[in-house]
Design a protein around this ligand. Structure first.
Ligand SMILES: Nc1nc(=O)c2c([nH]1)NC[C@@H]1CN(c3ccc(C(=O)N[C@@H](CCC(=O)O)C(=O)O)cc3)C=[N+]21
Length: 285
């Protein structure tokens, strides 16, 4: 039976560290603040928003939600995002993605100031991540994966790291973060030839394809560390969700595996707050 890499102890450790940081900032009269921009009311967004607000409250920082109707026009929304970006008291901005199709998301993302881009929504933010610039914030999900690996003392240096998935929000930055720590990184995806064999060769497998239970027994081997980033509707349990890994298949085979739920997903809001506090510190130095 594999060791379960639970997210809660990781999130708790981050929150404890952040609580101290916020307290010392407050002594200097500074309270970090996260601004959340939401268009419409998708259940996914609302769920994450609830978690983010709660984590802010736990660590003692402020948060404010800026909510807009789904049919907002491009010009009005551009004006709103620009104004939020200019707010002195807002140190970090999370804008829920994707935006409604009627909006030009690329244009709107570019209006977020890079120094407040705590979830890597801007081209400038991504450039910093890809150039190993420590003032940039990688997206919260791949950062949460790195926090998990660090917390559980899983060595990365020299290891074969396979990232399954190539999205801008997880796969690509995940590869950069592993590379930064001297992993030997392979990015593979749904079109990769012999995909199960490529995954099976990994020491550390990060599953981020967004397909429920796609990683089956033939993708894994004994000794492996599996980090499951997926949050998918569970086809076998209506109303529940599941990862990209078929847990029942993989768990008896591998060494350590993160569960879904209660794995990586539960660390993301702590990372979001961590990034916002780092942004606040940089903005006040
Ligand atoms: N710019 C942007 N960044 C995002 O990060 C983003 C977004 N837009 N749009 C919406 C989705 C949704 N999302 C979730 C993240 C974590 C959980 C999560 O916390 N999952 C927990 C469950 C919590 C629990 O049950 O305790 C888990 O997997 O264990 C859920 C949803 C981020 N999103």
């Amino acid at each position: 039976m594999a060791e379960s890499l639970k997210g809660k102890p990781v999130a708790d450790a981050i929150k404890a560290e952040l609580t101290e940081k916020v307290a010392s900032l407050k002594e200097k009269g500074i309270t970090p603040k996260l601004g959340i921009i939401r268009v419409g009311a998708r259940p996914d967004d609302l769920f994450y928003e609830g978690g983010a607000k709660k984590t802010c409250q736990i660590v003692g920082m402020d948060s404010e939600v800026f909510e807009y109707p789904e049919d907002i026009d491009q010009a009005s929304f551009e004006k709103a995002v620009t104004e939020i970006g200019a707010k002195k008291d807002v140190n970090g901005i999370l804008m829920f993605s994707p935006l409604p199709k009627s909006l030009d998301e690329r244009k709107i993302r570019s209006l977020i100031p890079v120094e407040k881009d705590v979830d890597c929504l801007t081209v400038g933010g991504a450039a910093k991540v890809f150039t190993d610039d420590a003032t940039g914030f990688p997206p919260c999900t791949p950062t949460a994966c790195m926090e998990m690996l660090h917390f559980y003392d899983i060595p990365i240096k020299g290891k074969k790291c396979v990232v399954l998935g190539r999205s801008l929000v997880v796969g690509k930055p995940m590869a950069m973060l592993l590379l930064r720590e001297h992993g030997t990184v392979t990015i593979c995806h749904s079109r990769t030839e012999n995909l199960p064999d490529v995954c099976k060769d990994a020491d550390i497998l990060v599953a981020a394809v967004g397909r429920a239970k796609m990683v089956t027994a033939d993708f894994v081997k004994p000794g492996q560390i599996v980090i499951d980033v997926g949050i998918n509707a569970d086809p076998d349990n209506p109303g529940k969700y599941c990862g990209d890994v078929n847990f029942a298949d993989a768990e008896p085979i591998v060494e350590k595996i993160s569960p879904v739920p209660a794995g990586v997903g539960s660390v993301t809001t702590s990372v979001l707050c961590k990034h916002t506090i780092m942004a606040c510190e940089m903005q006040n130095s």
